[in-house]
Design a protein around this ligand. Structure first.
Ligand code: FAD
Length: 412
């Protein structure tokens, strides 16, 4: 049986970055990086942005040039899926039956898109946006598509709607709740993006419940809503979140549920097994210590660094990085810092009408997060307020005459 000092399961952002960080830190042991996908590690954010729009080719999405992995003696094992873990024997079993032994295991398997729980979810023409293959399939079908229905008003659904609108396709966006981005942002931001999408021609429907998808000859023809209306479409994009890919690890006895539970050093409850990225359930100080999974490049990269440092034998500080994220829709660049979960006040700074403003979230009087739309200065300067949990009067935060970097002096 082939043995590697480190086996990394998942060749996405987190897994790729863990391998990179190991070698950058001088780690000389053997490393295998396994991915279920056929591509070397690549960035997912452009999939619903420039790549779908045709503005970026796939080679520009790669985390590193193809040659990087072999030059660094990282065994890149593509289209290899781990189906079982034996924590006692320190082995993983692959779908083809082969087993590999590990010294340390890094679980970085991300997640898979949630499917609609209704009839028709598997018709042709129904898409999710997670992998290059997903988006290539969409691009191939687009010429025959007259109308698209996007189900889910989260970031991925909204970004896809923006791109498809730009490509000239009529888009109907269905959101089950009473506002878009309800899970991740406050009401002022939701209302702003709803207005933007409508202004660009998206038929945005809130409180829209899907009954089933209808089809003919195995191909989708429309979406039936709970009230009976059928919205005709030749393409349906489902963006309703992901399920963390953790089944083999949980079956091996790792603690967790909605993700694999890890401590501040990204260690699971199994000896020599780490978990990082979208699948890692961790206590986050920016969520008041609640156990959460973060689905962001920042989290994938920073957790990868913590796990890699330990494997190299360093003593890293526990994971404590400030969360950040971005989303591009039309000509709007949203940048967020901190986590708005559980906020009790949202202060609007600047004028949404001018399409450059920020929403500043407070939790018990302390700055918890900022959503900055075309407002880079606020994003850069507001970061420290989030890190410090600064107590600033809402009226001061709203005052655009005072730069956020000067707010520290006004702390209560
Ligand atoms: P992934 O990147 O999902 O990688 C996991 C890999 O593991 C996959 O290749 C998968 O095939 C493989 N795998 C799974 N199970 C197994 C197994 N059993 N054996 C072997 N391999 C396995 N984040 C931002 O910060 N900003 C953005 O603007 C943004 N936009 C996004 C847009 C889209 C369309 C998507 C899909 C995500 C976006 N994200 C964004 C989120 C970001 O891409 C993820 O948080 C990040 O990719 C997580 O990295 P990961 O390595 O944990 O998981």
């Amino acid at each position: 049986m082939q043995r590697y000092d480190v086996v990394i399961v998942g060749g996405g952002h987190a897994g790729g970055q863990a391998a990179i960080a190991l070698r950058q830190g001088g780690y000389a042991g053997s490393i295998a990086l396994l991915s279920a996908e056929p591509e070397a590690p690549y960035e997912r954010p452009p999939l619903s942005k420039d790549y779908l729009a045709g503005d970026k080719t796939f080679d520009r999405l790669l985390l590193r040039a193809e040659a990087f992995w072999s030059e660094r003696e990282i065994a890149l094992l593509l289209e290899r899926t781990v189906v079982a873990v034996d924590p006692e024997a320190h082995t993983v079993t692959l779908a083809d039956g082969e087993a590999l032994a590990y010294g340390k295991l890094v679980w970085a398997a991300g997640g898979t898109p949630r499917r609609l729980p209704c009839a028709g979810h598997d018709l042709q023409g129904v898409h999710t946006v997670r992998t290059r293959a997903d988006v290539d399939r969409m691009i191939a079908e687009l010429p025959d598509v007259e109308r698209v229905v996007v189900i889910g008003g989260g970031y991925i659904g909204l970004e896809a709607a923006a791109v498809l609108t730009k490509l000239g396709k009529p888009v109907v966006l269905l959101e089950a709740l009473d506002r878009v981005l309800a899970r991740v942002a406050g009401e002022p931001l939701s209302r702003f993006y709803e207005a933007e999408h409508r202004a660009h021609g998206v038929d945005l429907r809130l409180g829209a419940r899907v009954d089933c998808l209808e089809g003919e000859g195995g191909r989708v023809t429309g979406v039936r809503l709970a009230g009976g209306e059928v919205v005709a479409a030749q393409m349906v994009i489902v963006g309703i979140g992901i399920e963390p890919s953790v089944a083999p690890l949980l079956a091996a006895g790792a603690e967790g549920g909605n993700g694999v539970a890890v401590d501040g050093l990204c260690r699971t409850s199994l000896a020599d097994v780490f978990a990082i990225g979208d699948c890692a359930l961790h206590a986050n100080r920016y969520a008041d210590g609640a156990a959460i999974r973060l689905e962001s490049v920042q989290n994938a990269n920073d957790q990868a660094s913590v796990a890699a440092a330990q494997i190299r034998g360093a003593s890293p500080a526990p994971y404590d990085a400030v969360p950040w994220f971005w989303s591009n829709q039309y000509d709007l660049k949203l940048q967020t810092v901190g986590l708005s979960i559980g906020h009790d006040e949202a202060v609007v700074r600047g004028d949404p009408g001018a399409r450059s403003f920020s929403v500043i979230y407070l939790r018990q009087g302390r700055v918890a997060a900022l959503d900055c739309v075309n407002a880079v200065k606020d994003y850069v300067q507001g970061r420290k307020l989030v890190v410090d949990g600064a107590r600033i009067a809402p009226a001061d935060l709203a005052d655009t005459a005072i730069p956020l970097k000067e707010m520290g002096a006004l702390a209560l």
